[in-house]
Design a protein around this ligand. Structure first.
Ligand SMILES: Cc1ncc(COP(=O)(O)O)c(C=O)c1O
Length: 427
């Protein structure tokens, strides 16, 4: 693969920070006297050690050595031990064909990010230029649009249905170009394809392996990089977990974004970027001059937890989390049936935290959302997830991640009542 094709001019010319290799140099020679970096004196730091109580009654002990370590500037890519833990997780769960293959030009690497959104944002910063056409599932999580529109990029919608992004529609959209155009740097052929393959936000849909294989084949044909935004990967409601795009990635054309937000805590701001080394190196240079690295406190809390758990327990807990949301999704469907049968249409989510509800009797759900809000129940209007968020939508997104059974009952009853009020005005 020609990775320069996926880098914008700034990424091609951006240099490493001359100061950011100091943590690596210091950990290689721990006895060296450092008069190099602007490392604050640890004596000036008020934190010395910590005991963290866990929900299961056990404790994590952060001793003074670890505390001093996490309170200091550290490696741009993340703590080496934590990175290694996640590399092993990626190998075990996804077994990316190019992980650990030093002869592969797109050898897979893993770095830590401030959540999966940070991985998405910095990837788009490294890869896009004004005028670029980006393929994006429709409806879509709004963040890529919010990042891309001010960068002067055009979003090209690809239809998504109850099974996620539709490969037939992708093929149709791409037929405006010829695969040969990918070799012409002046062509406006898309280079990037964004999708949320599991527990789609907003649709709750998931791609099957067959669809992923077909999309991957199209990506090979048209030389696309796939941006696999997959924070709900472990929240799949059926077993076995559907293999990821990363697991299919023989070429090194997948940038995968994982998140610890739904499995450990969103406040930890910890995510993973897994992808081909030539692209990861470009992102590392952006981190050097922006966030510097993920918060050391956050990394140390999570590292201590994951060392205690190990991979088996992490995966078992992820399954428990998935079961929690499966039960919530079932409750949500139960109350949808109770209050909205005949008024709304929906598909059972296959994972994640959302259900996508169609209200066929209205052309736009904005008024419905507002009326329901005045009854103290909050949903999101479907237009928020369209490429043009001012366009009307017959959909609403409901999240079942937080509300109790009683609250879901009340909120969906309020939604039904508001809808009936609107319909009675019409007649
Ligand atoms: C599709 C998608 N991507 C990214 C994120 C952000 O996740 P993180 O907290 O890891 O940044 C979310 C969170 O809602 C999401 O739904």
């Amino acid at each position: 693969m020609n990775y320069e094709r996926f880098q914008n001019q700034a990424s091609i010319v951006r240099k490493s920070s001359p100061l950011r290799d100091l943590p690596g140099k210091l950990s290689a020679r721990p006895n060296a006297i450092s008069m190099a970096g602007g490392l604050p004196d640890p004596e000036a730091c008020p934190f010395i050690e910590a005991t963290v109580k866990l929900r299961d009654g056990s404790e994590l002990q952060i001793d003074p050595g670890d505390m001093a370590l996490c309170m200091q500037y550290s490696h741009t890519e993340g703590f080496p031990d934590l990175r290694q833990w996640f590399k092993e997780l990626q190998r075990r769960v996804h077994n990316p064909p190019a992980l650990g293959d030093s002869n592969h030009p797109g050898q897979t690497d893993v770095i830590l990010m401030n959540g999966s959104q940070d991985a998405l944002c910095k990837s788009l910063e490294a890869m896009t230029s004004p005028g670029d056409n980006i393929l994006i599932e429709n409806p879509a999580y709004p963040s890529p649009g919010i990042i891309l529109k001010p960068r002067g990029c055009n979003m090209i919608p690809v239809d998504s249905d109850a099974g996620g992004m539709d490969p037939d529609n992708l093929r149709h959209v791409l037929s405006r170009w010829s695969p040969e155009d990918a070799k012409d740097p002046s062509s406006d052929i898309p280079k990037l394809l964004y999708c949320v393959p599991t527990g789609g936000n907003p649709t709750g849909s998931g791609l099957t392996l067959e669809r992923k294989q077909e999309i991957y084949r199209l990506a090979q044909e048209y030389d696309l990089m796939i941006l696999e935004d997959d924070p709900y990967y472990y929240i799949q409601f059926t077993e076995p977990l559907v293999p990821s795009f990363l697991s299919l990635d023989v070429d090194g054309r997948v940038m995968r974004f994982d998140s610890m937000s739904k499995l450990i805590s969103p406040g930890a701001r910890l995510g993973l970027l897994t992808g081909p080394q030539p692209m990861i190196q470009k992102i590392v240079k952006i981190i050097m001059c922006s966030s510097i690295h993920v918060s050391g406190i956050s990394q140390m809390f999570v590292l201590s937890l994951l060392k205690k758990w190990g991979h088996d327990e992490f995966l078992a807990r992820a399954k428990e989390t998935s079961n929690l949301y499966l039960k919530r999704s079932q409750l949500c469907v139960k109350y949808l049936k109770k209050h909205l049968t005949g008024l709304a249409e929906w598909t059972r989510p296959t994972g994640g935290m959302f259900i996508w509800i169609k209200i066929p009797a209205v052309t736009n759900t904005n008024e419905l959302i507002l009326r329901t809000y005045l009854k103290d129940a909050l949903f999101v209007a479907g237009s928020a997830f369209l490429n043009d968020s001012s366009a009307p939508s017959q959909y609403i997104r409901a999240s079942f991640s937080l509300a109790t059974s009683e609250q879901m009952d009340q909120a969906l009853s309020a939604l039904a009542e508001s809808l009936k009020e609107i319909l009675s005005k019409k007649t």
